[in-house]
Design a protein around this ligand. Structure first.
Ligand code: PLP
Length: 395
């Protein structure tokens, strides 16, 4: 029987066995000479950056990527070792944090390189190359500028990368575009070699690794896949890897109540009971990351393998569900919002499909109020303020 006392209101359970499984599986798919560089940005896609990165460190992972300098600092403060690459923009006032926390900064473009170079200390960087996404990176055609970045005296260029923007697509045009991106990147890397530069070059994200492992590289920046999730359920057809979801989302029933025929439930009179019924109020809402677009029956939750549709509008902190026909449910019981219950399950992909987005957005928006609890073989360890300790071996 699991201990109940640490799970108070609404929480995330992290299945650490599944994290290990995914890490081993993805490692086995890596091209020669390539290491995992999991993306733990956005609080590890909502999972909790510190517990996830700690476990990955234990599994031998020695490279991570984050979106911001403060995300990198948080990991270092928690004792995470290895390369931490900041994939996005860092304001010049925060450049000192890069050195203090031994973070590697992405060179956004040539102008940004000059900013990074202008101080009097050396910064470790990876150069982003724009091969067609047109988001960040120095354009691949501007080889002279890329070379100039390598020659800047206060930059230590340890890596170079590009990002594929259509590697999840099956269309011929998407495949052709992806191949062109890879070729453009390889050509830059080859030309740099002629000048004696051998940075760690990387190109693959989750879908790159699943669909184009032959592109190779020194790192695979896997995000969504390490969490055992695909961005969209349709992608299952594309790659049949046995990924297992790490995250479950659960919430407490705060109240069970009778509603009579003709009475409304929730804000805006958006739902009116057609008959006498029983509803359960859950201690979770859109401020926790439960999309408001699931309101009024679009979404549902699970109790003991039965589905309870959401009634009325999802509130900021609470949500009401229709528990007609679900026997013996009481205040204090647990609703499964993402995860499995009996023979039923609701995935992050399901919720993404119901709300017109991808699982990455659903997961990364899961709120700070949620407790994160690590689970090893059905036993629970509390996550004190986002740190995560394994259970003692004696259990
Ligand atoms: C977020 C991100 C990744 C990880 O993407 P997934 O599709 O989740 O694997 C990799 N590289 C860059 C540059 C990113 O911004």
């Amino acid at each position: 029987m699991e201990k109940q006392d640490t799970k108070v209101r609404a929480w995330i359970e992290l299945d650490m066995e599944n994290l290990r499984h995914n890490t081993a599986l993805l490692s086995s798919m890596l091209p020669a000479g390539c290491a995992l560089m999991p993306a733990v940005k956005a609080n590890a896609y909502g999972h909790g950056a510190v517990p996830i990165a700690k476990e990955l460190n234990k599994l031998g992972v020695q490279a991570f990527c984050v979106a911001s300098v403060l995300e990198g600092a948080e990991l270092r403060q928690a004792g995470i070792s290895g390369v931490i690459l900041v994939l996005g923009y860092t304001h010049p006032t925060q450049f000192p944090l890069l050195r203090r926390y031994e973070l590697t900064q992405t060179v956004i473009d040539y102008e940004y390189a000059k900013l990074l170079n202008s101080g009097d200390t050396v910064t470790d960087v990876h150069v982003a190359v724009d091969t067609g996404m047109h988001r960040i990176g120095e354009r691949c055609e501007n080889f002279d500028r890329i070379l100039a970045i390598f020659r800047m005296e206060n930059l230590h260029v340890s890596g170079i990368f590009t990002h594929l923007c259509a590697d999840d697509g099956e269309q011929a045009a998407e495949r052709a575009f992806t191949l062109r991106q890879a070729e453009a990147f390889q050509s830059v890397v080859k030309r740099l070699r002629a000048y004696g530069y051998r940075p760690k070059a990387h190109i693959l994200g989750s879908y790159g690794l699943l669909n184009y492992p032959s592109f190779g590289g020194a790192y695979a920046r896997v995000g969504i896949a390490i969490y055992g999730v695909l961005s969209s359920a349709e992608d299952r057809l594309l790659c049949r890897a046995d990924l297992r979801p790490v995250l479950s989302l659960k919430a407490r029933v705060s109240s069970i109540r009778e509603v009579h025929a003709g009475e409304p439930v929730g804000y805006g009179l958006a739902y009116t009971a057609e008959q006498d019924m029983q509803i359960a109020s859950l201690a979770i809402g859109f401020a926790d990351g439960l999309p408001r677009a699931l309101s009024c029956g679009v979404g549902s939750v699970l109790f003991n393998g039965r589905r309870a549709p959401i009634v009325g509008r999802v509130c900021m902190d609470q949500t009401m569900v229709d528990v007609r026909g679900i026997q013996s449910i009481r205040a204090g019981d647990t609703a499964v919002i993402i995860g499995s219950s009996g023979a039923q399950s609701i995935t992050a992909c399901d919720i993404a499909a119901q709300t017109g987005t991808i699982s990455n957005e659903i997961l990364s928006r899961l709120g700070q109020r949620l407790e994160r609890i690590c689970v090893w073989r059905k036993q629970f360890a509390r996550v004190p303020k986002s740190a995560c300790m394994p259970l003692p071996k004696s259990r």
